[in-house]
Ligand binder design. Sequence first.
Ligand code: UD1
Ligand code: CA
Length: 462
Amino acid sequence: MEIQTIILAAGKGSRMKSDLPKVVHQLAGKPLVQHVIDSCQLMGATHAHLVVGHGADLVKHSVKGGAVEGKHIELSFSLQEEQLGTGHAVKMAFDNLKDDSPTLILYGDVPLIHHETLAELVDVYNNNPTGIALMTCDLDDPTGYGRIVRNDNGEVTGIVEHKDSTEAQKSINEINTGILCCNSTSLKDWIGRLKNDNAQGEFYLTDIIAMAVDDGNKVETAQPNNLYEIEGINTLKQLADLERVWQRTLADQLMDKGVTLRDPNRFDLRGKLTCEAGVIIDINCIIEGDVVLKKNVRIDSNVTLINSTIGENSHVKANTIIEDSLVESNCGVGPFARIRPGTHLHNKAQVGNFVEIKKVTLGEGSKAGHLSYLGDAEIGKNVNIGAGTITCNYDGANKHKTIIKDGAFIGSDSQLVAPIIIGANVTIGAGTTVASDVNDNALCISRVKQKHIDGWNRPVKK
Ligand code: UD1
Ligand code: CA
């Protein structure tokens, strides 16, 4: 069965004290509302209709639909110019709703709802297709949330907002998470009948619960397995707290799969991390995008890995950044190395401290141990790049390529002015500026003759 979703994301989020619309703030490297979209998609929803208002364009540009794990979701946007309440917001999406499939309603500021939990709610709906399936939760401190009112038979009869509730109702612990699923034709009818005669003068979505019951329908509930799933973000502090809870959850999942985390409380995953056996990750690492760590990879402290793969037995040492690159097996990288996009380190390559590399292939067993800039280069096997070597790849207008063939030895503090080809087994003397191609097996050295002036009188300070 096709499921369409409405995600409410028009609110300003004034309590965030930020110019950014609330739902665009990031959790685990992703906008809050994108988490909701992704969960809908994984659950199998085909459409998400976002209701936007504050910062509408920013919200639109910060989200994407498309395919995740073989499932496809399409996004559409409706503008709610004035925020007249959650019920009014849902109405804005009506033009996009198909009557013949049910609608699941979610809030853009409740990011961590699991797709399995949503699927359970849809199951509850399927067993009660004329009524409403409502996600509720029991909280020790229900302050601020809408409360679920039940009759003596335990049947849901309505929701009362905190601000509209009596003292007796305030002691109800079962709260409204805001997430519900119902028939789309009935939804349109109920929403059309909403009034705003309440404490906030808003059209409350929650009032459709009592209407559905009055019409003779049942409201059935489902509850999530984890509290964090239904936690809403209203302040930056809540955002930071939820980030920690989520990071710890991700860390626990990795440890369950056999990844050693030196301190799971100092680990940040902002994307997808796939690890083989024996991986060890030290503290304060940041993993972004799609990262793969093969068998026995060691990642030392303060390392940032972005969209990269690290091969078997390779060791990434402290304070290294690797982005959009491939490091093969048995490599050593860092400490303090910066591996920029398009780099490929072959088996047993070594890159040491204060080396910056961009769009470079470094062949098997080749080494750049210290203080170098290598850009736009193809470097063969068993090449030694001396300390301070620089590929001069930019002439002020265009980038040019450096090719260094197998077995070359580049002496320290050399400049290689690209485009240039350094032949196999070439030796470049230390301090050489190489400006034209060097044939295989040659020695290339450019040095002014060394002068000695004996008994030199150094200037003295006046
Ligand atoms: C709402 C529920 C409350 C529930 C709580 C759960 C109503 C009336 N109340 O209260 O029962 O316990 O969520 O977190 O629904 N929004 C719009 N347009 C509007 C108003 C809101 O798009 O005109 C969006 C907001 O951007 C937000 C979501 O709807 O994403 C919820 O709105 P918010 O004002 O935060 O509702 P709560 O007061 O938290
Ligand atoms: Ca409100």
